[in-house]
Ligand binder design. Structure first.
Ligand code: B1M
Length: 208
């Protein structure tokens, strides 16, 4: 079996130490860091994402796979940065103002990281100005998460603030009370029901 396949399988099983060892071994054998990233870590997270979408695995499995991916990334990241490898895009994600729920937001961020995106995690209770500042710093995608019917309404303000400043960043929204209809109403660029769909949507919006 190719080493990449072994890394992908270890990642899917959430075996962080094994992922680290296998990634180091693949590099020692002279494999290109970008190829290791794409063929093993991103491929493995892609499989987990697709299974999550089909309800074949659940949140805990995704979280341990993401932890294993972070372990592999800790070895690859300095090499990728040094080589000036271009990431798939830059996502700034946060839970909107007044809202402290972050489990779904973190899951979405992890999935994007698994798909080769740079992530700026703005945290929770994030005011519109912070999303605007992230767009100003070059985020291609702005991700807004809300879990409360009372806070999802502030998504509209973020989109208006971004438009007012003329930023080209694409805005995607999600969270339990959010719907596609609401996304259309406030003129977000897209809505995703779950973390894996958010990545698919983000890639489509950026043509990645
Ligand atoms: Co809160 N809470 N909570 N809570 N909480 C809910 C959301 C609620 C539905 C529970 C209920 O009443 N049945 C309800 C909201 C009702 C409503 O407005 N419709 C509620 C309430 C009322 C509250 C408080 C007001 C309670 C109180 O204090 N009286 C309070 C508000 C605090 C605040 O935010 N200001 C509160 C507090 C809390 C805790 C702090 C205790 C805790 C949060 C801990 C944390 O996040 N660190 C908490 C929790 C855990 C929940 C429930 C139980 C679980 C939420 C969760 O993490 N789900 C929730 C009930 C429920 O949903 N069953 C509830 C798992 C997570 C993976 O799913 O976040 O939906 P979710 O993310 C999904 C998708 O939505 C999507 O992808 C993820 C999966 O792939 N997604 C995106 C999410 N963000 C996305 C962004 C995208 C795309 C997709 O693009 C950018």
């Amino acid at each position: 079996m190719a080493d990449f396949e072994l890394i992908s399988q270890a990642l899917q099983k959430g075996k962080a130490d094994e992922v680290k060892e296998l990634v180091s071994k693949a590099l020692e054998e002279g494999n290109d860091p970008k190829e290791v990233l794409e063929e093993s870590l991103i491929a493995g997270m892609g499989i987990i994402g697709a299974k999550f979408k089909r309800n074949e695995v659940y949140i805990p499995e995704v979280l341990i796979a993401a932890r294993a991916m972070h372990a592999g990334m800790s070895i690859l990241e300095p090499l990728l940065v040094a080589a000036g490898v271009k990431m798939a895009g830059k996502l700034a994600i946060g839970t909107v103002k007044g809202d402290l729920h972050d489990i779904g937001k973190n899951l979405v961020g992890m999935m994007f990281k698994g798909a080769g995106f740079n992530i700026i995690d703005l945290g929770v209770d994030v005011p519109a100005e912070k999303f605007v500042a992230a767009a100003d710093e070059g985020a291609d995608l702005i991700g807004l998460s809300a879990l409360l019917t009372t806070t999802m309404t502030s998504m509209k303000g973020v989109i208006e603030a971004l438009k007012e400043k003329g930023f080209a960043s694409r805005v995607i929204i999600g969270g339990a009370p959010v719907t596609k209809e609401y996304a259309d109403e406030i003129e977000a660029h897209g809505y995703a029901a779950d973390a894996a769909s958010a990545v698919d949507l983000g890639k489509t919006l950026l043509g990645a």
